[in-house]
Design a protein around this ligand. Structure first.
Ligand code: URA
Length: 233
């Protein structure tokens, strides 16, 4: 379908308000990166998956086995944003199911958070970059509409950004993660915190004070404290 025809599917203003396109049809959703994904395009992750599985907004779609949308609860108060699917995720169609994911689940469990209940886990890009390389800025931009829709649907109060790619991809902040990790960024009525990517912790195993694993322990405790405060109202 030509880009103009795809654009004509959306006679909607660019707005953050949810305005679902009339007669939603996953087969007819634009797959050109030139066509924005308006807020309200999706009502469910299943609808998004149906589209992402056919998406060629960037070249990552060429090699995917599965589009990787999310795991966890769509009612979760905490969203965790990773970089992009790896081999295990591509094969299973779920984010963070390999070694990094197992560590992430352990980190969450250390403060009594259950991955399938308290958090919603997703990535900046929904298809696996070749050789697990970092997604390019263009790939992240082409996929950003999906991520924004996930945030709109889940409406988490807390968003954890694992690593520099997630920080840049979502908030456009280009600072190194070591400088900004553990700091709350308040924006759009949400609390964002950049944290180390679990893969970085797998490469830096020391638990000594001041080392990445120790810092992550500080950060996840701060996240739990914030969640408890928010729940207490
Ligand atoms: N790393 C990520 O950033 N995301 C995944 O889903 C898996 C590993």
């Amino acid at each position: 379908m030509a880009t103009e025809d795809q654009i004509s599917l959306f006679n909607l203003p660019a707005t953050n308000e949810a305005q679902p396109p009339k007669d939603f049809d996953p087969e007819q959703i634009p797959t050109s990166a030139k066509v924005p994904i308006p807020a309200g395009t999706y009502q469910t992750m299943e609808q998004m998956l149906a589209h992402c599985s056919r998406c060629f907004r960037c070249d990552l779609g060429q090699n995917r086995k599965n589009a990787v949308i999310s795991r966890g609860s769509v009612q979760a108060p905490i969203m965790i944003v990773g970089e992009g699917p790896g081999q295990n995720e591509d094969e299973q169609g779920k984010p963070f199911v390999g070694k990094s994911g197992q560590l992430l689940d352990k980190i969450l469990a250390s403060v009594n958070l259950v991955a399938e209940e308290d958090v919603f886990i997703c990535n900046v890009v929904k298809c696996r970059p070749p050789e697990n390389r970092t997604p390019t800025t263009e790939e992240a931009e082409a996929c950003k509409g999906y991520l924004l829709e996930q945030i709109r649907i889940v409406n988490p109060k807390i968003i954890l950004l694992t690593g520099a790619t997630a920080l840049k991809g979502l908030l456009g902040i280009k600072q190194g993660i070591t400088k900004v990790r553990g700091q709350w960024i308040e924006q759009d009525d949400r609390f964002y915190m950049p944290i180390f990517h679990p893969a970085y912790l797998l490469r830096n195993q020391s638990r000594e004070r001041g080392q990445p694993k120790w810092l992550m322990w500080q950060d996840i405790q701060a996240v739990k404290t914030k969640l408890d405060e928010l729940r207490a109202g």
